[in-house]
Design a protein around this ligand. Sequence first.
Ligand SMILES: [Cu+2]
Length: 138
Amino acid sequence: MTLLAALALAGFALATAGGARPANPVLVAKTGYHNAFTIALRFTNGKLVRTLPAGTYSIVVHDYSHLHNFALGSQTDNRRIFTGSIRGIGTRTYTVTLTPGNYAYACSAHFRTMNGTFVVTGASDSTTTATEPTTTGG
Ligand SMILES: [Cu+2]
């Protein structure tokens, strides 16, 4: 089967399987491009992540440098969520469930200069639509 056919089939399955769990939203992390001391977490449209609704995300980490890594942690819970290898390079995808709170990412080796933060807010429930209560005067 060609890749195109496989993709088309996957798209078909996604479109028709109403009960299937949708794919997680994707965030893209990049660190150390051209060995620069840069790190960022962006949406797929290129916008820097500053706030996110709570939920499960696929974070695709592109580590371009043997000098740098990408580590994610929760400031609210004071815990590390994942840590990439500093010496390692390559692309790795982490699936993470983010609850409301403050989060920080950094390069472990240069966390003072290579870092960023974002805030996870309460989940937006797309299955329920807020309807204004209709009250009749009393
Ligand atoms: Cu670094």
